[in-house]
Design a protein around this ligand. Structure first.
Ligand SMILES: O=C[C@H](O)[C@H](O)[C@H](O)COP(=O)(O)O
Length: 262
């Protein structure tokens, strides 16, 4: 990587760097997917390499598994781990109740399974991810390829009956072809604008036969660590309701950060 990182990348980096303070020796840790989670995996790799941190990592995608192995983290499957101490992941949106939209990178299914199998889920995010009401970010819904167009029509009809503001669903593409998830499924992105009853929508979607999972994470996240481009981090804890502010002097002190800039 060369040149100066953008303020958003710096914000992601400081959130990721703060999040690894929660990881203790001997833990089984769920490793999220996406550009913010990738910073966290690199930060963990540095701790493994330089400080001998002994952890097992359960990745939420093949991309994260590849990166985790590359940086020296001992990777195991969820079935080997059975239960996790902690999962750290990114998000596309979060609200004041720490409910989330995830799946912008297409990994929502493994991410939800892994986060739900964890004692604690920490989300790391830049300030652009905070919203008053979920839904400006298109809601990803993972569907079985068989009959996906029928599933899409059924979802659109359901959205009309639920009086949801936006009702369009689009098939996520990868160039000329449908985007295919790690489980071999497709993603429909629902352009809703505003999700009034997120819990109800999540349940109704998951009752539809062709739907595998949706990207609404309701009552799963415990802590959001929010990064700013100037190094500030805020920690929002759902139980304690606290907002702590701190600043990381990452520009001068962080080897990983400066290494990646060179
Ligand atoms: O499927 C992808 C994940 O849910 C990501 O955690 C989410 O899209 C956020 O990604 P990023 O950190 O790249 O914004």
């Amino acid at each position: 990587m060369s040149g100066e990182l953008s303020p958003i990348d710096k914000a992601k980096f400081v959130a990721a760097k703060r999040s690894v303070d929660y990881v203790e020796d001997g833990m089984r840790v769920g490793l999220g997917t996406g550009s913010t989670a990738a910073w966290m995996v690199r930060c963990l790799g540095e701790l493994v390499r330089d400080q001998g941190l002994n952890i097992k990592g359960v990745p939420t995608s093949t991309r994260t598994a590849d990166l985790a192995r590359e940086v020296g983290i001992d990777v195991i499957s969820l079935d080997e781990a059975r239960w996790l101490d902690l999962t750290i992941d990114g998000a596309d949106e979060f609200d004041a109740n720490l409910n989330l939209i995830k799946g912008g990178g297409g990994a929502l299914l493994q991410e939800k399974i892994v986060a739900t199998a964890s004692d604690q889920m920490i989300v790391i995010a830049d300030i652009g991810k905070e919203v008053e009401t979920l839904g400006a970010f298109p809601l990803p819904v993972e569907v079985i390829p068989f009959g996906w167009q029928t599933t899409k029509s059924l979802i659109e009809e359901m959205l009309i009956s639920m009086d949801v503001l936006g009702r369009d669903a689009s098939l996520r593409m990868n160039g000329e072809r449908p985007f295919v998830t790690d489980e071999g499924n497709y993603i429909l992105d629902l352009h809703l604008g505003r999700i009034g009853k997120a819990n109800q929508l999540a349940m109704v979607l998951n009752q539809m036969p062709g739907v595998v999972e949706n990207g609404l994470f309701i009552d799963i996240c415990d802590v959001v660590i929010l990064g700013y481009g100037d190094g500030r981090v805020e920690t929002r804890d759902i139980n304690e309701g606290t907002v702590e502010e701190d600043r990381l002097d990452f520009l001068e002190s962080d080897n990983l950060f400066t290494d990646l800039q060179d």
